[in-house]
Design a protein around this ligand. Structure first.
Ligand SMILES: CC(C)(COP(=O)(O)OP(=O)(O)OC[C@H]1O[C@@H](n2cnc3c(N)ncnc32)[C@H](O)[C@@H]1OP(=O)(O)O)[C@@H](O)C(=O)NCCC(=O)NCCS
Length: 179
């Protein structure tokens, strides 16, 4: 089996990203959402709706060989992780972790102090295992009747992710001592 590698998304990826997104929602989110919610969700996805990397937005594609198998999207100005989807055939093989780790490194290097995201209910555990904590319950509004329950989560930049010279300038918590 060929290895997974990451690259920036290109114009010609749009249809593949749409397919990955649709299949991930239909097959991986169906335990957490009703059939009506899932069908409304995928009905709103369009191949032309996928954004490309530009300015403050990073869109990464994970490929096995030449085949896109996942993608993730980050906005470093808002600090928002906007999307993370892996094709169901590849789930549980580390593709999501690889994409998330790479987007996090991009964010920390760009100076983002805290990443935030709206986790689908089925993905909350995935993010929790990677250092994200819940902030509050939220809703992703699709239509007046369909509002997807999700969890607003965040992860502060780990101290170790700061460039060395910045770390030296960051005030430290006072040392505690016993006398
Ligand atoms: C959530 C999602 C992106 C995770 O992607 P993934 O590629 O399946 O994630 P990983 O394989 O990296 O990790 C999943 C689990 O597999 C395990 N795993 C990682 N590498 C593994 C490997 N090589 N072999 C076996 N298991 C592995 C991990 O321990 C992880 O378990 P944990 O979350 O309990 O720690 C993917 O399931 C998905 O697209 N879901 C549907 C869409 C969705 O909800 N997206 C999030 C929107 S907010």
């Amino acid at each position: 089996m060929s290895r997974i590698h990451l690259r920036l998304a290109r114009e010609e990826d749009r249809r593949a990203l749409w397919r990955i997104h649709t299949r991930a929602v239909v097959l991986r989110c169906c335990d957490a959402y009703s059939p009506r919610e899932v069908s409304t969700w995928v009905g709103q996805l369009k191949p032309e709706g996928y954004l490309l990397p530009e300015g403050h937005r990073t869109v990464l594609v994970a490929e096995r060989g030449e085949q896109p198998v996942g993608f993730g999207q980050l906005d470093v100005v808002s600090g928002e992780l906007e999307a993370l989807y892996v094709t169901p055939e590849e789930s549980g093989r580390g593709v999501g972790t690889l994409l998330l780790g790479s987007l996090e490194r991009t964010a920390w290097l760009a100076g983002v102090a805290e990443l935030r995201l709206d986790a689908s209910l089925n993905a909350e555990g995935f993010y929790q295992h990677r250092g994200y904590t819940p902030l509050c319950a939220a809703r992703r509004i699709l239509t007046a009747e369909v509002r997807l329950a999700c969890v607003r989560m965040h992860k502060p930049r780990p101290r170790a992710a700061l460039p060395q010279e910045t770390r030296a300038m960051t005030p430290r918590a006072p040392e505690t001592s016993l006398s």
